[in-house]
Design a binder for this molecule. Structure first.
Ligand code: AMP
Ligand code: MG
Length: 348
């Protein structure tokens, strides 16, 4: 990504920003209007009947759905493609075949409409939409999604990863556990339903007899041992609902503990949840309780801005472009391993 100082001159009259999200299972277009207001996305998520998300199948899904999703979002806002000023797309991290579809759509639109494009970091986009929606200033971000689990803070002009999963993302862990018991993708919401049914029927539920490995390693996390142990526990005859409840308690407590330590280390006073798993009521309430005990505040965006969405990509595109950044065609390749701390954060 490069900065063109002269492009700043043209920024007084802003147009619409179209954001393209395609890092994994979801293909999504989102818009930010000329006043900088984010508008809901037009999205579709691949939901295989059996098995998990295969990158190639997800990429095929994205190719098939892109034209109608684009038409529907432009029609909904009653704008023409000529009113778009900038194309933003997820450049990484994510699954290569999926990312490449989003980048290809971005390049085609940018070339066809003769407008600039900017490739952005998907994880940073989760942070910025959360800050925008919740009005928090300088939070510790607990980013809990399918493929990613990170505790992030803004320090010295970058979002630094203070702790992260050493193996699989928390959402992938929930999805795999669910799949092992015949529940199709996305399994996280079903695990949540099962867990709350168990709690309704067992208001005094305790972890006795339902202990699982605890996933904290210093400031990092690990979930594959938890997945194996929980799957075995059901195999050994414990009720699925009880294990769903215990699995959530263990996995979420680990994340909240690392977020709490990040608060203590940095002296910050806000926690912002992001990523699909942040739709879960239990992790939301754990974050509220922990923050309440530390005189900190817990924030969570609406579910539509927790899950992957094109709007957050458009919003980050707007921020980056206003800082004079854009992505040339010859530097638009995707980066599956793009790190959260690669993006310079120069906006307030
Ligand atoms: P993302 O990767 O951010 O789009 O989020 C997708 C992940 O969020 C999947 O792993 C889902 O299972 C998970 N997820 C969505 N809703 C919930 C929920 N209510 N509880 C737990 N996990 C959820
Ligand atoms: Mg995500």
């Amino acid at each position: 990504m490069i900065a063109y100082a002269s492009d700043q001159d043209d920024m007084a009259n802003k147009g619409w920003v179209l954001g393209i999200e395609s890092t994994a299972h979801t293909f999504s277009f989102g818009l930010v209007d000329p006043e900088g207001i984010p508008l809901p996305s037009s999205s579709d998520t691949l939901r295989p009947d059996v098995g998990g998300i295969h990158p190639r199948e997800a990429a095929d899904h994205h190719v098939a759905l892109a034209p109608q999703l684009l038409k529907s979002i432009l029609a909904r806002e009653d704008i023409s493609s000529k009113e778009i000023e900038l194309i933003a797309y997820s450049q990484g991290p994510g699954m290569g075949p999926c990312l490449r579809i989003g980048a290809a759509v971005a390049r085609s639109l940018s070339t066809h409409l003769n407008i600039p494009m900017v490739g952005v970091n998907h994880c940073v986009a989760h942070i910025e939409i959360g800050r925008e929606q919740c009005g928090c200033e300088d939070p510790i971000l607990l980013y809990v999604s399918g493929g990613n689990t990170q505790v992030i803070a803004r320090l010295d002009g970058h979002y630094r990863v203070l702790g992260e999963t050493l193996d699989i993302g928390i959402g992938n862990m929930l999805d795999k556990f669910a799949r092992n018991h015949g529940i199709p993708f996305p399994g996280g919401p079903v695990v949540e339903k099962n867990a709350s049914r168990w709690l309704d029927q067992n208001p005094d539920a305790s972890l006795e007899g339902l202990e699982l490995p605890y996933a904290v390693h210093g400031m990092d996390l690990a979930f594959s041992g938890l997945l194996t142990a929980a799957t075995k526990m059901v195999g050994d005859g414990k009720s699925l609902d009880a294990v769903c409840w215990s699995l959530q308690e263990h996995a979420f407590a680990a994340c909240i503990e690392v977020a709490e330590r990040a608060l203590a280390h940095t002296g910050k006073s806000e926690v912002l949840l992001g990523g699909g798993v942040a739709c879960n009521q239990r992790i939301r309430s754990m974050s509220r309780i922990m923050c309440g005990e530390r005189e900190a505040e817990s924030f969570v965006p609406e579910p539509k801005y927790c899950i992957d969405n094109g709007t957050m990509i458009a919003l980050l595109g707007r921020l980056e472009y206003d800082q004079g950044r854009l992505t040339r065609l010859d530097e638009s390749a995707v980066d599956q391993e793009m790190r959260t701390d690669q993006t310079p954060i120069t906006w307030p």
